[in-house]
Every structure is written in C-alpha cells, then in structure tokens.
Design a binder for this molecule. Structure first.
Ligand code: SF4
Ligand code: SF4
Length: 725
C-alpha cells in the first residue's frame, strides 16, 4: 500500500504531490523573501556578538520556555506541548513527505526504531492536549490580554486537524498492514483496534483521507504562516537569539552634534528608521498580551498598549509601507539622495508613523518601566522604540506636553527639574558637617545626592539619613555640593537627547576633575545614568546604589541595627533598581536586618514589580487619562495589609506618599526609604530618644513618620515648574 500509488486522471498522485509541495515551498519562499527584504530596509544594528551567550538564551527561553513558564503556568504549559510537538513531529512530517514523494523511501535508521515511533504517538497526543487547553483558555477563561479573532481559532483548529489526520493515517495503516514496530504506538494501535471491524475498503479510504489531509494541511500551513500571527513560529527563535545584550538601562546614544550639524533626522519618524531588529520584533509578536497585562499604562486605562504598539508597527510595515520600501532606490528619483542619507527610503509614507499610526499620547503614556520587555516571551524591545519616536516628537516635530517643556527649561536653566537655584543645592546639608569634595578630595565615595534628594523636603530627610549612616559606619565620603547637576535621566526618557548630552558632558567633566573612586547614590535613576549611560560619553564610574552599600555595611558589621521596629512592611521595587539592574535582595536584606521587621510581598513584586508611575518623565507631568498609576500601586500595597511601605527611590517615595494622601491612608500607611529605617534602627540610644520628625532628624519608624511630619515633606513630584524659583 502506498499513499501516492494511484492516478488522478492523467496524473500519478506522487506527481501531484510534487507539484503541490513545490508550489507551497515556492509560495513560502516568495513571502519569506519579501519579509527579509523588508527587514533589510531597516537601519543597521549589530547583533551577532557573544554567540554562546545568545545560544544559552535560546536554550532556556525557546527550548525550555523559561519566561513562559515563570509566570502564567497554564498558557506556558500548553505552549510547551504545542512547541515541542511541532519540533518532534517535524521529523515525522519529513518522513510523511518522503514516503509520498519517493515511493518506497523511508527515513534511514529512524523509520523502524521503536522509541522514535513512540515519540510521534506521544507528541501527537500532547499537541492535542495543548490545543484543547488553548481552546479552553480562549473560549472559557478568556483572559483580557489575548486578542479574540477568527485567525487564532482557525490556527488552533488547523493544528488540531494536523494531529487528528496524522493519528488517523497511522491507525488505519496499522489496521491494514501491521508492522512489528507498531507495538511502540499505543494510541495509533488503539485507533487501529477501533477500525479493525470496518471493511478493508473503508480502512483504506480512511488511511488516504488521513494521509492526504495531513499533507494538504501542512502545505496550507506553510503558505499561510508568513501572512498570519503564526509567523512567530519561524521568527521567535532568531528574535530571542538576536536580543539586546547591551546593559538594560542604556538607551541608544546618538551623535547629536553631528546630526544637528548635518540636518540628519533625530529619532524615528518613518518605519525604516527603526532598526532591522526592531522590524524583526514586529514579525515575532505572538499576540500573547503578556506585555499588556504587566503594563501600568494599559492597566490604568491609558491609550498605550505595548502589544498593539508592536502590532500597529507590523501592520504599518507590511501593509502601508511595504510597496514603497520594496521599490528599488533610483539615483534619479526626486530627493532620493537626501532620503538615502537620512536612512529613509524614497517616497512619502502613506501614513505618518508618529501621529497617525502611533498617536503622540501613546508614546507619552509610557513610564519606561520595562515591565513589557521582561514579560515578553520572545524578547521584543518596546522601550527603545518608544523613546526613539519620542525623540522625533521632541527634537524634530516640537510636539511636546507643556509640563515637559517646562522640565526642559528648568533643567537647562538651573540643573534641576523645578528651577530651584543652583546655589541652594547643598542647603540640605547645612549644619550637619557633611564635607564637600573640595574639602575632602580623597574621599572614598562621592555621595551623589540627586535633584530630589537635594531639594525635595521629604527626600532631604533620606539624604540626611544616608549621610548619618555613612558617618556611623565610618565611610569616607563627600558631596559635590553646588557642582552637582541633574544627570539628565528624565529629559532623556522624554526624548530630549540634546539636553541630556549637555547635562552628561557637564557632569562627566565635574566628576573627572575629582577622579572619584566610587559613587553612591540613593536615586536609582541617577544610579543608572551615572553607572551605565555616561559610559557612552566617556564617563566610566563605579556606582553603587545606597541599598547595596547599606546591605554590605550591615553584613560587615559596620552598621548594627539594634532598635526594634515591630512592623510588617512591604517593599516596593523601583523599576530602575529592580528590573533594570536586578537589585532585589540587598534592600530586602537591609530591611530584614532591623529587629522586628517582617516583610510581606505585594502580588506584583521583584521582576513583576509595578511602576510607581514616575518613570519616563512622568514625575513631572499629569496623567491625563485613565486612573493614576500611583493610586493603583497604593491599592496593591493595601491589599497585603502592611503597616508601612519601604522603598529605595526618591520618586517612588513621592508617588507613594501622594497616592496615600489621595487614598486617604496617609496616616495609616507610612512610606519610608530603606536608609531612613536603617538610620533609626542604628541610632545611638540617646539620639533615638529625640522626637522623630525634628528638622534634620529623619523619622524612620513608619507608624510615626507621617503623622508627625505631615506638611514637612510635601512631595515635589507634581509641583509647578516655578516652585523653586
Ligand atoms: S515600559 Fe512600562 S509603561 Fe512603557 S509600554 Fe512597557 S510596560 Fe508599558
Ligand atoms: S510584544 Fe511580546 S508580550 Fe507583547 S503580545 Fe507580543 S509577544 Fe506577547
């Protein structure tokens, strides 16, 4: 018996199979070639370094489904079944085609090997289980992160049909012509047992239906894949391999001087100005919605959905712009030369990428928290794309929120976001005996205070607490005083690369003048900018976050927390400390070193932490739509009924206190920085009897902090830009 041993009219069926197979492969290759040519229209992006590290990631996150299984086990498991089923059954599919295309051919060695037969049987069933779970998820569980359309159900149906036809062909074949190796195929044997009672003509017809059905479905799938969301079957593994290995907190630097001098575009306003890897990202989206389910902007009802951002880019690339991008550049075509110099293909886009395809508000909504990127199973990079389009809005189109224009003006005029005078930057340290670098040039650490730590009354208490802790632990440190200026983090995240680079150059020159051994800061944004982003501009510094240093000082016995703080606290992970730098344990360890402190975790914590709402420049502008992100976060904290919230970022502190006021829990949900709590716990006996909240005395015990200090530390986060002038 041979599946292609018949004639269909004048054609032998094996020839028909050849024609169908060649046609489907040609159609697939044509579509794939078009997709590759579109990728080549993107901007350059070197991604082929460190191959072993890249391969390791493919092993853990593609073969092992690490990210998929780490959260949302159910969908991770169903995908694992389907994925591995496709991998293992591909061998069977090759055998299937070989058998039909070359009558009598068999896979060498494997064909009669029992364990191989068993694997085919087993994975047919596992894929069916995966498909059934996926249907259940889509039709019954219906998580909001998924897209509900006919395409997804059609694909699931096709996958199921592929398995059913495969099993049917195997069962009918066993019923007709059993082989010794069939003992390894319990499921197909069972189907064969059911068919044995049927007349041989029926068995043969079922065999052919199963065999040809499977073949036609495979070929149909091949043709359909490049046009469906299941394109990720082909692109996901390369996308994971090619993921960014640069530091997570580093945005792509631009030679801004050259760009401005040569009138080159800054940022991205056309799809082809995204890198080829950005375009590959769009092919690889599985539409799983995991990014959206973690995104604070989406969850608070904003227009931004990281999933639809990627899908809109894909739609724009494949449907609006493909014809233009695939048109060969002609040296005689209009302004082709200028366009080529800017990395843009000739011709006008059918729709404006920024404004029409991706609305300005979508770009503004992002708090750059990176939750989307950490959740994405195929390592799609959302934040760099958003910032590139923001750069266009700010630097080219001059379309910007008024608060952010004021932020730029203030940083440019006075080196801080609120236009406080530069000369007042070190006023917080007056009378505390805190040395400046000019006074202690050989200090081991520069204490980089940051704008909030220097000017915001609430965060001044954190700076003072940290200074006391450093003194107490015998750490040699000094501050820059008036010479310190905003690192430029907020303006860079908003898109003002020019102003960021001005700030960077100024700060790097100041720091290099003192050649610091190390820098310690209480601000995760300064920590990231000084330690990671300044490197691209010639500033290479060893930077430590205060939570790390305090943890170390406690471990070395240089800080001994002794005063009890009988409280259950929940720790809020700042995004630029946690997700951007994987610093989760040091602040928790420092807190747990305080006698009596118990930590309870919010549902979203560590890698799944939820932004306070201040990142990406949002500490300095109003949320115009949806709910306030910090209100959501306070609700998440309240859900675990803590007696206080601890954090390690000045902006998180402001946002939490602001949220606590709005939720009317300011008195009952005190918020404190790790340094404040540790300072209180290590205070010498006579000092700790001083009333908490006295000016210059950070109150570290959460239940008393706000009650006694309300009004003393009004957050600056939402102050008007002129407040400091
Ligand atoms: S970075 Fe945060 S706010 Fe921005 S899209 Fe991703 S999850 Fe949403
Ligand atoms: S971007 Fe990533 S996480 Fe978001 S829907 Fe696509 S594959 Fe899923």
């Amino acid at each position: 018996m041979h599946p292609t041993g018949d004639w269909l009219g004048p054609l032998p069926t094996w020839l028909l199979l050849w024609l169908l197979t060649v046609g489907a492969v040609v159609a697939f290759l044509w579509s794939a070639g078009r997709l590759v040519r579109l990728l080549r229209a993107g901007a350059p992006d070197p991604r082929f370094d460190r191959p072993w590290e890249r391969l390791r990631q493919v092993v853990t996150d593609v073969l092992g489904h690490g990210r998929l299984l780490a959260t949302r086990r159910y969908s991770g498991l169903l995908h694992l079944f389907i994925f591995w089923g496709f991998v293992i059954l591909t061998i069977g599919t090759i055998e299937h085609f070989l058998h039909g295309l070359v009558p009598g051919a068999q896979l060498p060695l494997l064909g009669a090997w029992g364990p191989y037969r068993f694997s085919q049987d087993l994975f047919n069933v596992l894929v069916l289980v995966g498909v059934a779970m996926a249907f259940y998820q889509r039709l019954v569980l219906r998580p909001p992160r998924l897209t509900y359309n006919a395409d997804a159900l059609l694909i699931l149906g096709l996958i199921g049909a592929l398995m059913v036809t495969n099993l049917l062909a195997a069962g009918a074949r066993i019923a007709l012509h059993p082989l010794p190796v069939d003992g390894w195929m319990p499921v197909s044997q069972t189907i064969a047992g059911l068919l044995r009672g049927a007349p041989p003509g029926w068995q043969e017809a079922l065999y052919r239906v199963g065999w040809w059905g499977h073949v036609l479905l495979v070929l149909g799938f091949l043709v359909y894949i490049p046009h469906s969301k299941h394109l990720h079957i082909v692109t996901a593994a390369p996308n994971v391999y090619l993921r960014s290995l640069r530091p997570k907190g580093e945005l792509r630097p631009i030679d801004i001087e050259r760009a401005l001098e040569n009138d080159e575009p800054v940022g991205v306003s056309r799809i082809e100005q995204l890198s080829w890897k950005d375009l590959l990202d769009t092919y690889s989206c599985t539409e799983c919605g995991r990014c959206q389910a973690e995104c604070p902007a989406s969850l608070s009802g904003k227009e931004l959905s990281p999933k639809y951002l990627i899908l809109d880019l894909k739609e724009h690339l494949l449907h609006d712009e493909a014809a233009r991008l695939l048109t060969r550049r002609s040296p005689t075509s209009g302004n082709g030369e200028a366009e080529a110099a800017s990395g843009a293909a000739p011709g006008e886009p059918r729709r404006a990428l920024v404004g029409e395809v991706i609305h300005d508000q979508v770009l503004w909504d992002c708090v750059t928290c990176r939750a989307c990127m950490d959740a994405c199973p195929v390592f799609i990079e959302h934040v760099p794309k958003i910032v590139e389009m923001r750069r266009h809005l700010v630097m080219e189109a001059s379309r910007i929120l008024p608060e952010w224009q004021k932020l730029f003006d203030n940083v440019e005029a006075s080196g801080n976001p609120w236009r406080f005078p530069r000369h007042a930057r070190a006023d917080w340290a007056k009378g505390l005996g805190i040395p400046t670098l000019a006074e202690r040039p050989d200090a081991e650490y520069i204490f980089w205070v940051g704008c909030a730590g220097s000017y915001d009354e609430r965060n001044i208490k954190v700076s003072q607490a940290l200074a006391r802790l450093l003194e107490r632990a015998g750490v040699s440190y000094a501050i820059l005083g008036r010479e310190e200026s905003c690192t430029g983090d907020p303006v860079r995240r908003v898109g003002n690369e020019y102003l960021f680079q001005m700030q960077a150059q100024q700060n790097i020159a100041t720091l290099q003048q003192y050649m610091p051994k190390k820098i310690v800061t209480a601000c995760p944004h300064c920590f990231n900018t000084l330690g990671v982003e300044y490197r691209a501009f010639g500033g290479s510094f060893e930077v430590i976050h205060h939570a790390q240093l305090l943890d170390r000082l406690v471990a070395e016995g240089r800080l001994r927390p002794q005063e009890r703080l009988a409280a259950t606290l929940t720790y809020h992970d700042p995004c630029y400390l946690g997700r951007y730098h994987d610093i989760y344990d040091p602040p928790r360890r420092a807190l747990e070193a305080i006698p009596g402190v118990r930590l309870t975790e919010m549902e979203r914590h560590r890698e799944r932490g939820f932004c306070c709402g201040a990142g990406g420049g949002h500490a300095f502008c109003e949320e115009r739509t949806g709910r306030r992100i910090n209100h959501l976060r306070v609700e998440q904290a309240l859900a675990v009924q803590p007696q206080g919230v601890a954090t390690a970022c000045p902006y998180c502190l402001m946002m939490f206190e602001d949220g606590a006021r709005a939720k009317e829990v300011y008195e009952t949900l005190p918020v404190a920085d790790v340094a404040e709590l540790l300072e209180r716990a290590t205070r010498p006996a006579e000092a700790s009897s001083a009333p908490p909240g006295a000016r210059g005395e950070p109150s570290a015990t959460p239940p008393t902090t706000q009650g006694e200090e309300q009004g003393a530390g009004q957050p600056l986060a939402r102050r008007g830009p002129q407040d400091g002038s």
